[in-house]
Design a protein around this ligand. Sequence first.
Ligand SMILES: C[S@@+](CC[C@H](N)C(=O)[O-])C[C@H]1O[C@@H](n2cnc3c(N)ncnc32)[C@H](O)[C@@H]1O
Length: 303
Amino acid sequence: MSDYHTPVMLQEVLSYLQIKPGHRYIDCNLGGGGHTEGILQADGKVLGIDLDPDAILEVAKKHGLAITHSSNCLAAKSENLILYQGNFSDLSQITQTSHISRVSGILFDLGVSTHQLESAERGFSFNTEAPLDMRMNPTQGLNAKDLINGLYEKEIADLFWKYGEERFARPIARKIVETRKQKPIITTNQLAQIILSVRPRSRSDRTHPATRVFQALRIAVNDELSSLEKALPQALSLLQPGGRMVIISFHSLEDRIVKNFFLNEQKKNSLKIITQKPVEPSEEEITTNPRSRSGKLRVAEKT
Ligand SMILES: C[S@@+](CC[C@H](N)C(=O)[O-])C[C@H]1O[C@@H](n2cnc3c(N)ncnc32)[C@H](O)[C@@H]1O
């Protein structure tokens, strides 16, 4: 498996997508192309989208595809595989540009890739010293440093609470504002140390005390929840009747958006929910790929 990212619940995804040879599928979170590869091996065609140019370059290289550049984004194309650098919140426009009208299945595998977490300079991780960045698309303007140094104390606290459900949101925000009066907070370690000074690690902590704050910042920098909310109705309208939407989310905020969207569309008779409860990775998968641990997979079919 590629070092870039190990695909989560690969067999489950492929089986729920019910891939038919020659049919077109959209992988909205291409990453290292693990799920895309599975679809191609089952003789499906794929449009793979990712905000991160590294993902497009990685998968293009694997398939020997030439990269084209247009208006600040990368693309590549073969008979079975189209790669497009963009935000899935622009799904309708991306499919139009790619001359695709209807598809048989759409996959979302939300969040960050191992490659992004382990590329220290991207600033996603509190384990390595790096600039506070966290942009999935490095050409985007706003980054994590801008939020930490530019927002008011209350805005910071609200952000940590809303996107991280961080119980110590207020004292951490207060400490950030006190600290930045002395000098700007520009690195991941600076921020992690501030969090640890307010909320030291205890023996009962299963995760690092900075986990929730870093998650909250990443969600805010990349506007992750509203991108998902914008993408879901576009995905539904691109599906052929009988086509399936398969969505893996990694935290409750995303899972709630997916669950509510499926329930509302089922009430309107436009979707049928296939997974009454979210499917989770097997114990075996969690052991071999601990990052899969919080994955929740939901599936619905267009009626
Ligand atoms: C969990 S990884 C996907 C891994 C992939 N399924 C694989 O098998 O390697 C999530 C990817 O989605 C991308 N991403 C996150 N939000 C996005 C968005 N709004 N639009 C497009 N890509 C996005 C990230 O850059 C990252 O590469």
